[in-house]
Design a binder for this molecule. Structure first.
Ligand code: HSE
Length: 399
């Protein structure tokens, strides 16, 4: 029986213990005789919980126990997770984490350390929760050059966009509902400002290009400015508004961004609703592929963590290579990115046409304003032209 430790007994950590219990027998068959949690590291105690006797408060107990081969990190945040994970790898233990902040920031370094120590650092659960996407990119799709990855990578905001579209509600009302249902945090900033999706697309882009993509370099817009009026226009245009995290290869290099997009029913992500996530991948020889499922939540995310544990159990004596060097990749200039823009304005049709030429005008029946869709143009060109209009809101238009 392989002995493991779980660092952080919150939603995901307790889910990992639960998945190992629920599927104990089948996991034993797949993972070298089974995996048993020996320690749970947390600041708290958990009286009455099945792991109550395994709780420790000192990380060194795990570091110094040679019996522990696999460590799960489900604490969240960069510190102290980084210090603890580094100590585990240095002690020759394998690590799996669900922590996107840690992976986006320190992934390259921790992979290199794992390689040096001939152990594994896996992180399937850090992007898309229970949806397999890291392993497919790292093994199943290695014959391809990935030309595009576009995902709905945040369940909270997708739930909010779906509810606003279906019920005509304003952002604040839908946020309150998401918080009541436990989908949104009390402080929802990371989700609604797009920061969570930004870290996830940074991880995917790093894997695709094999180099370090700094999340700080990715142009990121959240959904806080999306209103019920925007949804009215989207409905009139037969489109849905989705927060997309996207990365594509262009002549100027990789272009990555997070922003709301109006997408048509033909777009592969159009029907991804509620808390579901999906990742669309285009390979130069594969063509198009889609990965869809539960992108968050206790058991789906724990399922991905435990699958990493099983993978580790099958590779206890060898390092599973992951191409992600710490050499930084400079992303393409965002100002040169070409997009189509939907604009709401209080300026008249004549002014619109003077500035943007023959634009498609949309009237959603809202007094004192009109909407229109531009031709394809660069972000820089759009910024220059739109500065001459009274702009109410702007949303990019996808396929
Ligand atoms: N808050 C995140 C989401 C959790 O809504 O997708 C998973 O990273």
């Amino acid at each position: 029986m392989i002995k493991a430790a779980v660092m952080g007994y919150g939603t995901i950590g307790s889910g990992v213990a639960e998945v190992l219990r629920i599927n104990q027998d089948s996991i034993a068959g797949k993972a070298n005789g089974g995996i048993e949690v020996k320690y749970v590291l947390d600041l708290r105690d958990f009286p009455g919980d099945p792991i109550q006797d395994k709780v420790v408060h000192d990380v060194n107990i795990i570091v110094n126990d040679p019996e522990i081969q696999i460590v799960v990190e489900t604490m969240g945040g960069v510190e102290p997770a980084y210090t603890f994970v580094k100590a585990m790898l240095e002690a020759g233990k394998h690590v799996t984490t669900s922590n996107k902040a840690l992976v986006a920031d320190k992934g390259a370094e921790l992979i290199a350390l794992a390689r040096e120590k001939n152990v594994n650092f896996l992180f399937e659960a850090s992007v898309g929760g229970g949806i397999p996407i890291i392993r497919p990119l790292n093994s199943s799709l290695t014959a391809d050059e990935i030309e595009e990855i576009t995902g709905i990578l945040n369940g909270t905001t997708n739930y909010m966009m779906t509810k606003m579209a279906n019920e005509g509600l304003e952002f604040d009302d839908v946020l309150k509902d998401a918080q009541e249902k436990g989908y949104a945090e009390k402080d929802p900033t990371a989700d609604v400002e797009g920061y969570d999706a930004c870290r996830k697309i940074a991880i995917l882009t790093s894997l695709v290009c094999g180099r370090q993509v700094d999340f700080q370099d990715i142009h990121t817009e959240g959904i806080t400015k999306i209103s019920a009026a925007d949804m009215k226009y989207a409905k009139k245009m037969g489109r849905a508004i989705k927060l997309l995290a996207s990365s594509r290869k262009t002549d100027g290099g990789y272009l990555a961004m997070v922003a709301p997009f109006m997408i048509s029913p033909e777009h592969p992500l159009y029907n991804v609703n509620d808390v579901f996530n999906a990742v669309f991948v285009r390979g130069n020889v594969l063509g198009d592929a889609m990965f869809y499922g539960s992108g968050a939540g206790k058991l789906p995310t724990a399922s991905a963590v435990v699958a990493d544990m099983v993978d580790i159990a099958r590779h206890l004596d060898c390092h599973i290579g992951i191409e992600w060097s710490s050499k930084k990749l400079e992303l393409a200039d965002f100002g040169k990115a070409e997009n189509v823009f939907f604009v709401r304005t209080s300026s008249g049709e004549d002014t619109i046409r003077q500035i943007f030429g023959d634009a498609d005008v949309i009237d959603a029946g809202i007094g004192g304003e009109i909407g229109f869709v531009t031709d394809v143009m660069t972000e820089d060109a759009f910024a220059e032209k739109s500065a001459k209009l009274n702009v109410i809101s702007v949303i990019r238009v996808g396929q």
